[in-house]
Structures are given as C-alpha cells and as structure tokens.
Design a protein around this ligand. Sequence first.
Ligand SMILES: [Zn+2]
Length: 321
Amino acid sequence: MNLVEYFIKLSFIQKILQDKNNGKMSNGYLFYSLDSQTNKIAIDSLAMGLLCKNNGCFFCEDCVKVKNNSHPDVSYYPKDKSFSVADAKDIIEQAYKKPMISNIKIIMINDIDNSSIEAQNKLLKIIEEPPQNVIFLLSSANMDKVLPTIKSRVIKIEISPFTEKQIKTIFEDYKNKNNFDLAVLKGDGYIGKTLSILNNDNYINLYNFCKNVVCNLKKSSDVINFLSFKLDKENFLDILKTLSSMYRDLLIYCSNNTNLISDVSLIDNFEQIKNEFSQNSIIAILGLIDEANQRQNSNVSINLLFERLLVNILEVKYTCK
Ligand SMILES: [Zn+2]
C-alpha cells in the first residue's frame, strides 16, 4: 500500500483539510512522534492534501508533482543532513516569493529537532510573522530539542503509534517475508522502525540469537558457543537493544504484569526459565547491557565487550539467586 495514500485518510490529516476548506487553517503545523519516517510521511501527505483541489486525489497534476517531490510551490528542508542557518536564510527568501501554480506555498522542514539553536532562532523570525499564504509543515522526533518559541507558534500534532492491525494493512505487500510477523511485533507501531526490520533479512537470526542467550545461557561453556555469532558494530547495537527489551519483558513477566509485556511471543519461554532469575538479577543484567552500550563507542573490541557481558550476566544470574 502507498503510505501517503494511507496517511491522507487518517483523521488528524482530514481534520486539517477540513479546516482548510472552512478557511480556518493555521500557518504552521508540527507533527511529532518518536519515528522520524512516520512524521515525514505525515507532512508529505498533508502537503498533498493542501495543494490538491480535491483534498488529495492522488492523480491530479498537483498530487503527482508532490508525489515526485517536484511541485514548484513546495520547498523541502533540510537541504543537507541537518537543518542549518543557511536553510533558514533560504526559507526567508523563498517565503516572500509568490506561489507559482497554486494559491499557497508550503515549506516543509523534516526533523527540525536535528538542528542548532542558532538555526532554529533564525527560522523563528519568519514563523512568527509568516507572509500570507505560506504554510510551514514541520516534523520532529524529539520535542525536547525544539525551541519552545517555535513550538508555541505552530499547531502541534502528536502521531500515536499505529495498531498491529493498521501496521499489517500498511505493510500487506510484505506479508510473505519471513520476518513479517517479527517486524509487526518489534516495529512498535511505527513506519520507520517496522520498515527497517522488514528490510533487514538478518534481523530474524539476530532475534533468535538473542532469545537463545536469554533462555539458554546457563554455564561458562555456553559463552563460547554464543561467541561464534558474527558481530559487527551495527548488529552489536541491535543485539544490545533486543537483549535489553527481552530482559525487560522477562522482568515484567516475573513481577506478574503479563499484560505489559511488549513481545508476547516470549511468554512460553519465560514460563520455562522464570525460576532461574531473581528480579534483582534481571535488574542487574539490564544495568550490564546499558554499560556495554555505553562502552561500545570506546576503543574496546566488540567481541571482547560481548564476551565480558555474557560472563557477567552468568555471574549475576548465580550470585543474585
Ligand atoms: Zn489531487
């Protein structure tokens, strides 16, 4: 399914399109969620809906141009990796030019949180007093990094994670991939996160490997077996993240809050191993994983780091019993 087509029908986009038709639009909107890609698709969809005479028909000239990122009345930022002072200056210049083929001009800024205070301050000037018919569509994956003065000038819309059913519909084209169920489960209801798992054919191996560590690390000789998994800087981070979320689920399971578990497919496994862990040992293990996460940027070899982690987990498991 086309993502923009799906998003445009969502109520939070439809509400703004309705406001447009009633002449009640604001000059600035800021979409936010933890997932940068989800936010980006939201503002892409809104741009299409606003420029199309039929609120986003998908087929007219305006829609096709927005779809191809070639609409003359839409400007995309950042021009480089992150939003800069030069981008803000460019926006000020662009904003005062008349729209070419539409009656509005849209300025899109993705990941505004990924920019300096200086750049945001520069942008503030134009957001405070936008020229007529200019609409700012901003997105942010971390609201703490957006200046309060910018936040107060725009309408903020939080995008909630999609439900499992919605994610399955959105990604139905992928349903034959062997990591589909896992991606739906571990994508946390976000587009970018789900896609990154769907596009990573090794994720299923990595997931099973982590499950194996949590369930079957019982004696020193197991450590050697686990060390045969081929590590690199990238999958090491994923392993730490996955282990951390599995142990967190185990902790929740051991404190009898089964309904809060994020990966329910692990419950049967937890039932079999719960007696091997005290709650304190799981808390200590989570601390060890955090520590490894912090140290992976130093010059220590990741193989050594992983070996230490496994040995320490084993030790904690037995001393906290
Ligand atoms: Zn259209």
